[in-house]
Design a protein around this ligand. Structure first.
Ligand SMILES: [Zn+2]
Length: 434
């Protein structure tokens, strides 16, 4: 296809999406109005049925897949996913848009109905508007507009709505990846809310572990007859403050993580429990006097592509061993709970350069390349699906995710849908002739 024909097609595609602005808005509202709270994982089947009807109408072949036996899957809260696929006129590459269908708890502080999908000042409000039902809607409208404007195309388009991203994605993308789903896929775009002019290449790694210190139970009036596990844990925290936190702050990364503060190794003390269970706030009873014989701490360590998981674990073990060397009767256990390795797609990978060019065309500016501080479903596509050609790109504003009065801008949704459609055109459209 000559240059002028291509420019013409690009313009018609962008115009087509602008003309579908109200449809895009209405689709986002409809998706928000299906409350897919996770936990516990409500209405997954309902939203999959809704997407099924929509995508069947657009000529997709659809499949509803329940992740049976995955964490959280039950008869009451089945983990449903939808995968829709439409083939082009000739064999070619497959572009896959993956969105999670779940949203997090509403929380306090809303001035709009979290499941109302209210439109105000060019924004759609509701839980999941930005993270990420607006992105899901944009990818659907992008594909539909592409199908309407470009009759001659090759390869395949896939759109998936998957469960449980907010709780690790094991009943969603991980399940599909384990079943080999991504073997037939060449390019993945995840419309997470990373801002309309940014391409997210990947994420830092995460290592969760539980540290337990041991003591000996005794009457609280005679603590010298026991051994206080909480004091032992205090020594661990002290050692972390003295040596570990400063060392982590010195480890900087070349990954373009946003926000800037996360461009280093970090550690969060996620929880700390020692001794008997806390008494309820409304209880009038008193605790019984005992020396705690156990204290447990959950740590959330985020690490960099420059770091090795063995090094990350070794640092924590070194802290504990230093305490042991200086402290009588110090005994501990450490248990890994969860690990995800860092991932970062190559800056020159085809999906990256394609979306980059489409952003330039649509927004007349160069995109920023970023890395997410926390993980998202790209981890499963990379590690289980063995597919490196994957990015996150979508319309929402990252800082609004999980907040009260979450919204997505309609202009941003339109622009990101245009970027997605132009990307489809360059990956699956008619071949260009020089
Ligand atoms: Zn999300």
């Amino acid at each position: 296809m000559p240059d002028t024909a291509l420019t013409d097609l690009q313009t018609r595609l962008s115009d087509e999406i602008a003309a579908r602005r109200d449809d895009l808005t209405a689709l986002t509202q409809d998706l928000i109005r299906i409350p897919t709270l996770n936990p516990p994982g409500e209405n997954y089947r309902e939203i999959c049925d809704f997407l099924d009807r929509r995508l069947l109408r657009s000529g997709f072949h659809t499949e509803l897949i329940r992740a049976e036996g995955s964490p959280g899957d039950s008869e009451k809260y089945p983990r449903w996913n939808i995968v829709a696929r439409r083939e082009g006129n000739r064999p070619g590459e497959c572009v896959h848009f993956n969105s999670h269908i779940d949203v997090v708890d509403v929380g306090k502080g809303w001035t709009t109905d979290p499941f109302g999908g209210e439109v105000k000042d060019g924004k759609v409000y509701g839980r999941g508007a930005c993270d990420m039902k607006g992105g899901l809607a944009a990818s659907i409208v992008a594909a539909e507009a592409f199908l309407a404007v470009v009759p001659d195309w090759q390869g395949a388009i896939e759109i998936s709505g998957t469960a449980d991203e907010e709780s690790g994605g094991f009943g969603g993308v991980a399940y599909l990846a384990e079943k080999g789903h991504f073997e037939r896929v060449d390019h993945v775009i995840i419309p997470e809310p990373l801002n309309v002019d940014r391409i997210c290449l990947g994420h830092r790694g995460v290592w969760w572990a539980e540290i337990e210190t041991h003591g000996e139970i005794a009457h609280g009036s005679m603590p010298f007859l026991g051994d206080c596990a909480v004091r032992h844990m205090g020594a661990v925290l002290h050692e972390m403050e003295e040596t570990l936190f400063p060392a982590l702050a010195r480890k900087r990364t070349d990954m373009p993580v946003v926000p800037e503060g996360a461009r280093q190794s970090t550690l969060n003390i996620n929880s700390l429990h020692g001794g008997q269970a806390e008494i309820a706030k409304d209880s009038t009873g008193l605790p019984s006097p005992v020396v705690p014989d156990s204290a447990r701490m959950v740590i959330d360590r985020r690490f960099l592509i420059e770091e090795d998981i063995d090094e990350v674990q070794g640092e924590i073990r070194d802290v504990l061993e230093r305490v042991r060397a200086n402290r009588e009767n110090f005994a501990y256990d450490i248990r890994e709970m969860h690990r995800v390795l860092p991932t970062m797609t190559d800056r020159q990978a085809p999906v990256v350069t394609t979306v980059e060019a489409a952003i330039r065309k649509t927004l007349s500016k160069d995109p920023d390349f970023v890395v997410s501080p926390g993980t998202y479903d790209q981890k499963h596509i990379d590690r289980i699906g063995k597919l490196k050609n994957c990015i996150a790109y979508g319309p929402g504003i990252l800082d609004l995710a999980h907040k009260p009065d979450e919204y997505v801008g309609i202009d941003d949704m339109v622009a990101s849908a245009q970027v997605m459609a132009l990307s489809l055109l360059s990956l699956l459209g008619p071949p260009q002739t020089p």
